[in-house]
Design a binder for this molecule. Sequence first.
Ligand SMILES: [Zn+2]
Length: 65
Amino acid sequence: MAGQGEQGGAADETTTMSSGDEAPPGTTGTGEAVCPDCHGTGKQASGNCPTCDGTGKVIEGIGGG
Ligand SMILES: [Zn+2]
């Protein structure tokens, strides 16, 4: 329903992308990959990994590239 997760972001598309994602989840030609920065732990010395937003996974393009 409306009113959930509204954020004043600059992007037009409101998705659950992390900063390390190359594309929104579900995008054709992309898939989940282990975060290269935290190696899937979702954490770094300073706290949650900013690259994967603490999920330990990022969305990367697969095939072609
Ligand atoms: Zn990470």
